[in-house]
Structure formats: C-alpha cells, structure tokens
Design a protein around this ligand. Structure first.
Ligand SMILES: *Cc1c(COP(=O)(O)O)cnc(C)c1O
Length: 231
C-alpha cells in the first residue's frame, strides 16, 4: 500500500534527522507523482499527505483540476516561460528557477493573481552538461536580480545530484549547496532568504537530510517505478 511506503520514507527521514541532530518537522516530504494516476495521489491524500511534486505542466493542470484544492503542488521540473500562466494562480512553490527571464515571467503572472510566488533557485552543483540550473558562482547575482521582483520570493536553493550507484558520492554536492546557501544568507539581501534546500530523491534523500535538506523530492520510493511508455 502506498501509505505504507510513505510511512517508511517518513521514518527514514526522521532517523536521518536524528543522526544529524535535526528536527523531522524541518523537512518537507514532497511526493513526486509525475506519470502516476490520480487514484494513487488520492490514496496518499486520504492518509493525510498534502505536498505533491510534478514536472509536466499539462499533467499538473489536469491533476489540479481533478483533485482536492488543498493539495500543495510543487513544480519541480524545467519550466518553460510560456507555461507559467497555467500554474501561477495556485502553485505552492516553483523549485526550478534558473534564469532571470523565467523569474520575470513568474513576476508578471503572479501579479495578475495578486500573489507572491515562492521560488527556489536551481543550482547545477555537479556541473553536469545535461542538467538545468545556474552555476554555483552565478547563483548570488541571479538571486540579487530576482530579489527586486515584488511578486517573486526567493526562498532557497534546489539541486538534483547526479545519479550514482553509491549515494554517498552525492554527499559532497549536498554539502556544497548548503554551504552556498549559508554564504548567500550572510549577504543579507533584502527580500531574500535561502533557508529552504530542496535536495534528495529516492536514492539519496537520507544523505541529503543528513546534509541539511529541508525538502526532499521522493517519487519511486513511494509510488514505485515510473513507466514512461504509457505517456
Ligand atoms: C522525478 C524527479 C524526482 C523524483 O525522483 P525519484 O528518483 O523517483 O525519487 C525528484 N526531483 C526531480 C526534479 C524529478 O524530476
């Protein structure tokens, strides 16, 4: 049952928190439901879960329409500027902002709904060519520019570590993201906090929590493997 998978993940988060002297309340578990049917989300909703992550706008829109309105939807995938308008009214957080132009579009669409949208800056900590995200050395300048947009609120940083057999190898990237957030926090930019750290997926979330993650994005360990052939 999915609720049991959810519980098992929550337990591991709690244990990782205990190992590192943190409180489990400081970590939000975002259940990544991309490609998974509404019935599965409803099952977790019935178990009390409210934070769900999606990557594809079309899918997110359909799920938002069909499912309870108190679900907190997180946009975690690469976001095209022309799609922002479809989610601006309700999205809880956009985890994947890596250009000023995207932030400007979010500003425009958020203003239309008279709301401030919390965003995370996606950082490519491992320098992988295949990944989206700003280079670590460019993060602060990007955040400074975005901080002047009144309807966009920079709340933290996000990263996806490389896929590795041994998740210990990703520890350094999580630590680097945390250090980067501490450096930026020290600059005390107006309208900016970077306390939120969205890092850790099914294969490495325990290590991410040990290294200070405040939001883990877990799909497979809760929902099982994804089947992209059906899409
Ligand atoms: C799909 C996805 C996840 C979840 O990955 P799992 O390995 O299934 O836990 C997390 N973050 C992002 C950005 C994703 O695209």
């Amino acid at each position: 049952m999915l609720a049991e998978n959810l519980k098992a993940v929550q337990k591991k988060i709690k244990e990782a928190c205990q190992r590192s002297g943190r409180s489990a309340e400081d970590v939000t578990l975002v259940a990544v439901s991309k490609t998974k049917p509404n019935e599965m989300i409803e099952e977790l909703y019935a178990a009390g879960h409210r934070d769900f992550g999606e990557n594809y706008i079309q899918e997110l829109r359909a799920k938002h329409e069909a499912l309870p309105k108190d679900i907190r939807w997180h946009m975690i995938g690469h976001l095209q500027r022309n799609k922002v308008k479809y989610i601006a009214e309700y999205i809880t957080m956009i985890h994947s902002v890596d250009t000023f132009e995207l932030a400007q579009t979010i500003e425009k669409e958020a203003a239309k709904h008279d709301r401030v949208i919390p965003v995370l800056i996606e950082v490519n900590v491992a320098g992988e060519d295949t990944k989206y995200g700003v280079r670590p050395e460019d993060a602060e300048a990007l955040i400074e520019r975005i901080s002047h947009l009144p309807h966009v609120r920079v709340s933290g940083l996000m990263t996806s570590a490389p896929y590795v057999e041994n998740p210990e190898e990703d520890r350094i990237y999580f630590r680097n993201l945390r250090n980067l957030s501490v450096d930026i926090e020290d600059k005390k930019l107006d309208n900016v906090t970077v306390g939120a750290l969205s890092m850790g997926m099914s294969n490495d979330y325990e290590i991410a929590v040990e290294e200070g993650s405040t939001m883990v994005r877990v799909g497979t360990s809760i929902f099982g493997e994804r089947d992209y052939s059906k899409k």
